[in-house]
Design a protein around this ligand. Structure first.
Ligand SMILES: [Zn+2]
Length: 310
């Protein structure tokens, strides 16, 4: 029997048709598989979800590492799926070409690898830009000279400078203009470093954003204090500066002012990352609410002042 006859007979045996089948999509590759001392890229399949998917009852089922479509021995397994019948079936690199865009198994893997490589490159370039935009400052060196740089003063600025430099080292001469081959070589060499830098960058940005929430909450308090606090005579002897809850707006402003203090608790603008992280896990959402309320009450007051001067 030739290939076509075997496949036809197999389909009849399963009471199925070729058109019912499609390739199981490949969503990534696993580099961790070592075969004969060489790391091998293994596809990660996006198997159909849901209960009851079984290996198809092919003529070649349970016959070891063979393509269950044509019975040929195979080294690299790919999968096809029959959604109606809830079957999946292992096939060889060549047979899989009949169930997708006509790409062989190796081509499918290459496409995923290439997409991943490009994604890593774009991510590290974006991280580098974000770090510069977020942390760089222009400072005066005296005599009308200025320099813009990431100055490592705070804990996060130190980390930012480190990650920024690591981005530069990692990237070397690679950039958006590099060609496919250069990018692939770069990832093969630096892939692990790139992933580590990206992880560090992500942690840093989370820290930075947490810290920003603390700063904003303090700013909310400052803003409310500046706008609403008044010096007022308490009795004959003394006067006191505070937010006096005379009007409805002032009462609301005072409430937000006190809420912000209660929410902050022991946290200060210079608290370390670990304390701020702990604090954010508990208070993050609440803090954002207070900041939003503080902003809107500051705006209300600004409008009222503007109206008075019209
Ligand atoms: Zn086959």
């Amino acid at each position: 029997m030739n290939y076509n006859e075997i496949v036809k007979k197999n389909m009849e045996f399963m009471q199925s048709k070729m058109c019912e089948w499609s390739a199981v999509p490949i969503i990534g590759v696993d580099d961790a598989v070592i075969e004969n001392g060489v790391s091998k890229k293994m596809p990660i399949f996006d198997f159909p979800q849901g209960l009851g998917f079984k290996t198809a009852p092919s003529l070649f089922a349970n016959q070891g590492d063979c393509c269950n479509l044509c019975g040929t021995n195979i080294k690299n397994v790919f999968w096809i799926q029959n959604i109606d019948k809830h079957w999946i079936m292992p096939v060889g690199s060549e047979c899989v070409t009949r169930f997708g865009q006509g790409d062989s198994g190796q081509e499918l893997i290459n496409q995923v690898v290439w997409a991943n490589n490009l994604k890593l490159l774009l991510e590290i370039l974006k991280l580098k830009r974000t770090l510069w935009k977020t942390f760089s400052k222009r400072i005066s060196l005296g005599y009308d000279r200025y320099e813009t740089n990431i100055w490592p003063h705070s804990e996060n600025e130190k980390a930012a400078l480190q990650v920024f430099n690591a981005c530069k080292v990692c990237l070397g001469k690679v950039n958006e203009e590099s060609n496919n081959a250069a990018i692939t070589r770069w990832i093969n060499r630096k892939g692990n470093d790139v992933n580590e830098v990206l992880r560090n960058g992500e942690t840093l940005m989370v820290m930075h954003n947490n810290h920003k929430v603390v700063l904003e909450l303090f700013n909310t308090r400052r803003l409310i204090w500046e706008k609403f606090s008044k010096r007022q005579q308490v009795d004959n002897q003394r006067s006191e500066t505070k937010i006096w809850p005379h009007s409805e707006t002032e009462t609301a402003a005072l409430a937000i002012f006190e809420e912000a203090a209660a929410c902050l608790g022991e946290i200060r603008e210079r608290s370390d990352n670990a304390s701020i992280t702990l604090w954010m896990n508990v208070n993050g959402n609440y803090a954002q609410e207070i900041i939003a309320k503080g902003r809107s009450i500051a705006l209300v007051e600004a409008d009222q002042i503007a109206a008075m001067h019209r």
